[in-house]
Design a protein around this ligand. Sequence first.
Ligand SMILES: C[S@@+](CC[C@H](N)C(=O)[O-])C[C@H]1O[C@@H](n2cnc3c(N)ncnc32)[C@H](O)[C@@H]1O
Length: 265
Amino acid sequence: MTTNTPIHEAVREHYAERITSNASCCGSDNCCGPESSLYPSELLATLPEGESAISYGCGDPITLASLEPGQTVLDLGSGAGLDCFFAAKKVGETGKVIGVDMTPEMIERARSSAKRLNLNNVEFRQGYLEDLPVESDSVDVIISNCVINLSPDKSKVFAEAFRVLNSGGKLAVSDILTDGPVPSAVKQSLSAWAGCVAGAVDTKDYIGMMEAVGFKNVSVIPVFFDKATVDSAINELGDTIELKTISRDEVYKAVYSAKITAYKL
Ligand SMILES: C[S@@+](CC[C@H](N)C(=O)[O-])C[C@H]1O[C@@H](n2cnc3c(N)ncnc32)[C@H](O)[C@@H]1O
């Protein structure tokens, strides 16, 4: 069973609490930096007036995706909908954007924002990345922002992404990866998992899982060592004995944010 595991449950509870308390960012602190710093100002300027940039992301998959009018886009783990709203502007009325997320509170927020913004080319579906509620061979571009690291079955997520992409389709995601060991106390913590750190896997394993399901031309470009995300995830462990034994430097060195692209050829 790759859906509704205890990890899914912990992640869902975490993000339901984040959105219902109107908190931006993934962890207890301002983990991802000011959300506006993730996106170029020209892109932020395309947000309809009155829409706040609620982001739980760790990068800018929109610029990475180079979207064009008329394309069908799928956002894996769409959260409050920010990347879908940017994508909707880029693909225009002839295009279509689908956001999938397992947390009902996120879907509700994203749907009500889309309605308020009068966006008719965006649809939000509740579901799991490991069992996408999307037809096979129906999507031109898949985007995702800081979500795949949260899945306990990343191979299944990549297999599902590959299934729904059209031939020639592109995957463009921002995600957290690791390069080197992460202390086991951090790895075992469900709250550190929900804060986008414990679930992150080594770069070569990540690439290996993508290639194993058929993705070609996989590229991983490191963006920044995200100290704030790490601090937030570790702080969530509370004042435990494990916390005192963790070398933060070791975690800072290992965990980073990346831009990932790959193709179904
Ligand atoms: C870190 S937030 C990112 C949200 C959004 N992409 C953004 O940039 O603001 C992770 C989101 O992914 C969703 N999520 C995590 N694991 C998931 C899974 N296995 N299936 C579906 N949604 C998932 C969570 O509910 C949450 O809304």
